[in-house]
Design a protein around this ligand. Structure first.
Ligand code: TXA
Ligand code: MG
Length: 367
């Protein structure tokens, strides 16, 4: 299949969609209307879109990603009125959250209506709905005249894509078009909250934080076990996607996080030393502060160690923004082992650590 690259030149420069950008998006919307697949930018990560109301389009999405078809897709809308035909009812808590956080990086899971095919929901009676704030995503969905099913636009098992270059790497020849809108502001996938039961349950942490949700609802929310740690044998997560190995670089990774006043740089240096002795090509992903400490250490890190920055230790937004890109760079460097610095788990740190823990297959060293 030929994959057309549609570059939003003016939007990338100015952050505003020009007429030329809009005509590119209309062409992409035409492909969606015809049952085609289009990768497009959102504020979280790139999505791999197809018409959510056509089962053949959803089947094509699974095939393009190489993704198991029991893993449901998120349905994207560009106007709040678009949600009502898709869901059974709008619970009160969901209405409050929509009021506060939509459009934005929050996905909510509702009981579905008959309009949404089971191919889109992976056979579930619920549907995940997201109303993105990214202007190109909203324009594309609006022009398509339908709701757009879109998982993250990566090949199954690879880190989510946060730029058109990543999409080109994973999806060339697999989709009809890739819309290049530059890099995604947030860089981590949306928060997922299941509002289909009596109490809201967090299925995936994201940029709409637990603290922000609590403030709106005036009470705490439950958390699915899959958010906290590896699932025990036989336990089914409520977000089926959480059971798959996700966000994973090719090399094994160990996460080092400060909890008991120990030295993160010291622990990273020790891990790298051990693995280097076994002949492995090693890499470090850590804060600028940690890099400075590592540079001053004697003996210094073994020659050839790949060092990548996740930004300043205090800048969680930057950590989130670059994480998946750095993991892809690690793959390109063909390293054998990665030691990475984590962060504390409040606010956005919860989502960052969730993705990092998964990338590390929950191998965390607290120092
Ligand atoms: O930020 C995002 O949410 C991005 C952009 C493109 O919008 N999309 C995204 O989709 O991350 P994906 O498919 O990579 O992750 C969707 C997650 C999966 O873990 C899936 O199992 C869960 O949402 N999910 C979807 N529908 C669900 C449902 N009805 N019930 C429970 N979990 C659901
Ligand atoms: Mg994904």
């Amino acid at each position: 299949m030929e994959t057309e690259l549609i570059v939003l030149e003016d939007f990338k420069r100015t952050g505003i969609l020009s007429d030329a950008d809009r005509s590119g998006l209309m062409r992409a919307a035409g492909l969606l209307k015809n049952g085609g697949l289009v990768a497009f930018p959102t504020e979280t990560v790139y999505g791999l879109g197809g018409d959510a109301l056509r089962k053949e389009a959803s089947q094509r999405i699974y095939a393009a990603k190489g993704r198991p078809s029991d893993n449901p897709l998120i349905v994207h809308i560009s106007d709040i009125s678009q949600i009502y035909p898709l869901i059974d009812k709008m619970p009160e808590a969901a209405a409050k959250l929509a009021e506060s956080f939509w459009p934005g990086p929050l996905t909510m899971v509702f009981r579905k209506s008959g309009l949404v095919p089971y191919e889109t929901t992976g056979g579930l009676d619920t549907v995940a709905v997201r109303f993105p704030v990214h202007p190109a995503a909203r324009a594309l969905i609006g022009y398509s005249g339908t709701a757009v099913a879109a998982p993250s636009a990566n090949l199954s098992g690879r880190p989510s894509t946060t730029s058109a270059e990543h999409c080109i790497e994973d999806l060339t020849g697999r989709v009809d078009a890739i819309v290049d809108g530059g890099s995604c502001a947030i860089g981590l996938e949306s928060t997922i909250l299941d509002v289909s039961g009596d109490r809201p349950v967090l299925l995936r942490p994201g940029a709409v934080t637990v603290e922000m949700i609590k403030e709106v609802l005036g009470e705490g929310i439950d958390e699915d076990a899959a958010v906290r740690g590896p699932l025990e044998e036989g336990v089914r997560p409520r977000a089926p996607g959480m059971k798959y190995r996700h966000y994973a670089p090719k090399a094994p990774m160990v996460l080092v996080a400060e909890k008991h006043g120990g030295s993160v740089a010291g622990a990273i240096a020790e891990l790298i030393g051990q693995h280097r002795q076994e002949g492995m090509r090693c890499a470090v992903l850590c804060s600028d502060e940690c890099i400075r400490e590592l540079e001053q250490m004697r003996p210094s890190l073994p020659e050839g160690t790949v060092i990548k920055s996740s930004g300043s230790r205090s800048d969680r937004d930057m950590m989130a923004h670059v994480l998946f890109e750095r993991l892809r760079e690690m793959d390109a460097e063909e390293v054998d082992f990665i030691a990475a610095e984590g962060c504390s788990e409040d606010q956005l740190g919860k989502a960052v650590m969730n993705r990092m823990q998964k990338a590390a297959a929950w191998q965390v060293l607290y120092v």
